[in-house]
Design a protein around this ligand. Structure first.
Ligand code: HEC
Length: 132
């Protein structure tokens, strides 16, 4: 009975799949900036918690590579909702930092990965303080 209730609750909520956990292929199809942002925080919040660690596991590097790929797609998508040149520049800055994260993950370079994460987090904040 309890299991049945959980199953029901899941199917009513989000079919147990976080709808903001979108793939590189799904991100370009979003139609609202808010939804793009929700994907970004869903993908990045767990990774931002790892900023400053002395070392990372292979699973961490795999997660960084995945987040870097998805954030490159989302950063490009942000420009569909442009609020001017300064806004676009911050979106491209986020894109380039996401690529740095993916590259650092590929090289299993912990220092570079942590730096890329920290710079991405700072770009989120910069854009929010100017344009949100
Ligand atoms: C180029 C500018 C820009 C960058 C870079 C940016 N944001 Fe945003 N963000 C915005 C704007 C503008 C809004 C307000 C959107 C709205 O409410 O329509 C917003 C809103 C949000 C929201 C609230 C969404 C909601 O449901 O109301 C979250 C969460 C968010 N951003 C997360 C992030 C994260 C995480 C990053 C970095 C990985 C990031 N943003 C980078 C411009 C940016």
């Amino acid at each position: 009975m309890r299991l049945l209730l959980i199953a029901l609750a899941c199917s009513f909520a989000l079919a147990c799949v976080p709808k903001r956990d979108l793939t590189v292929q799904q991100i370009p199809k979003l139609t609202k900036l808010e939804d793009v942002m929700d994907v970004q925080s869903t993908v990045m919040d767990p990774q931002f918690k790892k900023i400053g660690a002395a070392s990372y596991s292979d699973a961490d590097f795999a997660a960084f590579a995945d987040a870097g790929a998805r954030l490159q797609a989302s950063a490009i998508k942000i420009k569909d909702f442009s609020k001017g040149a300064g806004f676009d520049a911050l979106a491209m800055q986020l894109h380039d930092q996401a690529k740095q994260l993916a590259d650092a993950a590929g090289a299993k370079n912990a220092v570079a990965a942590s730096q890329a994460l920290a710079s991405m987090k700072s770009t989120c904040k910069q854009c929010h303080s100017k344009f949100r």
